[in-house]
Design a protein around this ligand. Structure first.
Ligand SMILES: Nc1ncnc2c1ncn2[C@@H]1O[C@H](COP(=O)(O)OP(=O)(O)OP(=O)(O)O)[C@@H](O)[C@H]1O
Length: 384
């Protein structure tokens, strides 16, 4: 959707801001550009909507060379969100949001209707906020208006330059979450500039880590964190990159162990026999509908002799949905002080995750062959 081919930018004073840059952003993909101040991120972004012209190289938008597209027409296809929001102070929030449709010649009523829809989309009630002026909104709310306004003409591409840079960390996290949810729905092709590694990792489908004027690594956050391409990238992502990786690696069904499962209404004898067969020390207990109830130790059943599992089962509430991050799984383990947690798909029990399996899953997120990472033997006792 956006393709850079050998793009360089030298400013008249001789500064090379960007040197021979080539990369591609696929349709519907969110790519974060991250790096220290002055490394060329903003220059890269502004060349896409021709606020800055490259010295050499070509940039294609949906296969079309942007150099051949009239800038005003080009910018209608590209939403632009910047840190200093740039709302018109004397226009209401609704009018601000309707700016682009109005410029495009939409009828006033249609433009206002579209603006109201967009405010809803970014979580602002148009009845409450529509008639206010920018100074009557918090920083976070103003940023939401900035996003709504950029989406107004439904452009396929969004350029976002440190859009959440000016708000405090709590609001910033909230805006990030909201934006991720929004992106799930609208699936724009997004170039997102930030100097914050956490933000780049959290938001990016892929991320471009900048050195001075060039990209040092362009890959998924999991790979950048798991296998930094250069010592520079390793230093930039930080020595706690292992921890950061927990939040970008999702639990997959293949990561899980499958202890035997028994039902609440199974007889003790039948359940104990099954566990002996599988040589298991404990089993997961499901209710008659197959919903997780808890667990039962083999020893308890062996002593019990008669009755059903119900009388001996222990409750277990530590679970996460399949697809949750390893960070969420780890946090749940700590919260419940549990040696394992259940993983559910809806209400269906899928398997269990232990600390050892969590460790394995973290290793899976690295392409071991290409990064030369050794797989250490994991010797922690397993469930079965
Ligand atoms: N108009 C200009 N004339 C000369 N040099 C410039 C100009 N604009 C930017 N530069 C230089 O180009 C380099 C890249 O700047 P750019 O704004 O792209 O960096 P950035 O990564 O976005 O930085 P920041 O995170 O601080 O915004 C810097 O060294 C900057 O000083």
């Amino acid at each position: 959707m956006i393709r850079f081919e050998n793009v360089s930018k030298r400013y008249p004073d001789g500064t090379t801001a960007v040197d021979d840059l080539s990369f591609e952003v696929k349709a519907g993909e969110l790519v974060t550009l991250v790096g220290p101040s002055g490394c060329g991120k903003t220059t890269t972004m502004k060349m896409v909507n021709r606020l800055i012209e490259p010295t050499s190289g070509r940039i294609y938008l949906d296969g079309e060379d942007v150099a051949g597209i009239e800038p005003v027409k080009l910018r209608r296809r590209i939403g632009y969100v910047i840190q200093q929001v740039g709302l018109f102070p004397h226009k209401t929030i609704l009018e601000n949001t309707a700016t682009v449709p109005a410029l495009l010649g939409w009828k006033k009523a249609a433009a206002r209707e579209r603006a109201a829809e967009l405010l809803v989309l970014v979580g602002l009630d148009p009845v409450t906020f529509g008639s206010r002026y920018p100074h009557q909104l918090s920083g976070g709310q103003q940023q939401r208006v900035g996003v709504a306004r950029a989406l107004a003409a439904d452009p396929p591409v969004l350029l976002m330059d440190e859009p959440f840079g000016a708000v405090d960390p709590v609001v910033r996290q909230r805006l990030q979450t909201e934006f991720l949810n929004l992106q799930e729905r609208v699936r724009k092709t997004v170039l997102f500039v930030t100097h914050d590694i956490e933000e780049a990792v959290r938001l990016g489908d892929r991320m471009a880590v900048y050195g001075t004027g060039r990209i040092e690594q362009f890959d998924t956050p999991a790979t950048v964190l798991g296998a930094p391409a250069t010592p520079y990238v390793a230093e930039f992502v930080g020595s706690d990159r292992g921890l950061k990786r927990l939040s970008v690696t999702a639990i997959e069904p293949t990561d899980l162990e499958q202890p035997p499962t028994v039902r609440l209404d199974d007889t003790v004898a039948a359940a104990a026999a099954r566990m002996r067969e599988e040589d298991a020390r404990w089993a997961v207990v499901l209710d008659p509908e197959g919903v997780l109830h808890g667990w039962v130790p083999a020893e308890t059943l062996a002593r019990a002799k008669n009755g059903t599992v119900r009388a001996h089962a222990r409750r277990m509430d530590a679970w996460v949905p399949v697809g949750a991050s390893l960070k969420q799984a780890f946090a749940t383990m700590l919260q419940y002080d549990a040696g394992w947690i259940a993983v559910l798909d809806g209400a269906r029990f899928v398997g269990v995750l232990t600390p050892a399996l969590l460790h394995e899953a973290l290793r899976r997120s690295i392409d071991a062959e290409s990064s030369g990472v050794e797989r250490a033997a994991v010797t922690i006792e397993s469930v079965g």
